[in-house]
Design a protein around this ligand. Structure first.
Ligand SMILES: Cc1cc2nc3c(=O)[nH]c(=O)nc-3n(C[C@H](O)[C@H](O)[C@H](O)COP(=O)(O)O)c2cc1C
Length: 326
């Protein structure tokens, strides 16, 4: 079986993107309670210089959202430590190791990791090759289109492929772009025509139509969705329903379960203030889901609540009024 199988009716394999902060374990578990995606990628595990990989690797729980597979992602610039970390994660049951070549954060790139690897294709090759050699599970890369600009785009793609990675996910923005300008899907098409390994398309998929447009314009092999799934947790189901020609009707019970799983997974010791802020962060995405929700977004974000219970009592009815028109 190919490493990137297709779903029924030709629907591509669907990934839930790694999203440090927003897409933490609470979110992944809540998403797993709704389902629809085929595999998730955990947000990056940083592998700093002098890392003690054994203690870092415990953060990864391979069966966290079982039955959904959860790949591990590592970010660092020391080939030896990256290889050790990958091995440790493989021992902890990781089905796949993804190497982060895209994180734009300056604290990260300052140390030569994340998107900094895109400044030097030879170094990218060295780091990723070390990981590929260290483990027997598939290794993949998630990358942006460049650091300052796309002048090394092709070189980075070739360097990545030559490491022996199984496939590559492309978020076609440079580090300097951040999340600002629209993702340049034409670069995904370029990667597809240049490479022989599969390419996962990522960036700005917010609707079923976006997913179809990306597939058509890029011919990519699979799709990865990040923010679109926080805005609309049913998006994966909607994409699959489109391919199977069925209609998909989200249920309010699913939303209630989503919130309940999310809340249950927030560690007990978390302060009320942090809980409320976490929920506001989640709602700040959910309330972008349609124009009538968007109108209420500010009201939600500026509301004052001492506990997560009182916040939910306030937010849920507002959400319920227009949630079903994702
Ligand atoms: C809050 C946030 C955190 C992110 N954290 C990670 C990360 O840990 N690893 C990674 O490879 N990409 C990370 N990304 C990038 C996303 O995985 C994805 O490539 C990007 O958001 C574009 O896809 P989207 O338009 O579907 O969101 C993050 C994005 C956001 C918005």
């Amino acid at each position: 079986m190919s490493i990137l199988p297709k779903n029924a009716h030709g629907c591509p394999y669907l990934f839930l993107a790694p999203m440090e902060g927003v897409g933490d374990r609470c979110f992944r578990k809540a998403m797993a309670s709704i389902g629809g995606f085929d595999e998730a990628v955990r947000d990056f595990l940083r592998v700093p210089i002098n890392a003690h990989v054994k203690s870092l690797a415990v953060e990864y729980q391979a069966y966290e959202i079982a039955p959904f597979p959860l790949a591990a992602q590592i970010m660092g610039s020391d080939p030896v430590l990256m290889a050790e970390m990958a091995k440790e994660l493989e021992n902890r049951g990781a089905l796949r190791i993804d190497v982060n070549c895209g994180c734009p954060s300056n604290t990260v790139t300052g140390r030569g990791a994340g998107s900094s690897l895109l400044k030097d294709p030879d170094f990218l090759h060295e780091v990723v090759k070390a990981v590929v050699k260290a483990v027997s599970v598939p290794v993949t890369i998630k990358m942006r289109s460049g650091y300052q600009d796309t002048s090394l785009f092709k070189e980075n793609l070739i360097a990545a492929q030559e490491t022996g990675v199984s496939y590559l996910t492309l978020h076609p923005r440079t580090k300097v772009d951040g999340y600002g300008p629209p993702a340049k899907w034409e670069l995904i098409a370029e990667a597809k025509s240049l490479l022989s390994i599969p390419v996962v398309g990522n960036g700005d998929i917010l609707s079923v139509q976006d997913a179809l447009d990306m597939l058509e314009t890029t011919r990519c092999d699979a799709l990865m969705i990040g923010r679109g799934s926080v805005i609309n947790p049913f998006l994966f189901h909607q994409i699959k329903a489109h391919f199977s020609g069925k209609s998909f009707q989200p249920q309010w019970e699913d939303i209630l379960r989503y919130f309940s799983v999310y809340l249950d997974d927030i560690p007990q010791e978390t302060s009320h203030r942090t809980r409320v802020n976490k929920l506001k962060q989640l709602m700040s995405f959910l309330f972008k889901g349609n124009p009538s929700l968007l109108k209420k977004r500010q009201q939600i974000l500026t509301s004052q609540h001492a506990t997560s219970d009182s916040f939910m009592e306030f937010a849920l009815p507002l959400f319920k009024e227009s949630w079903s028109h994702f």
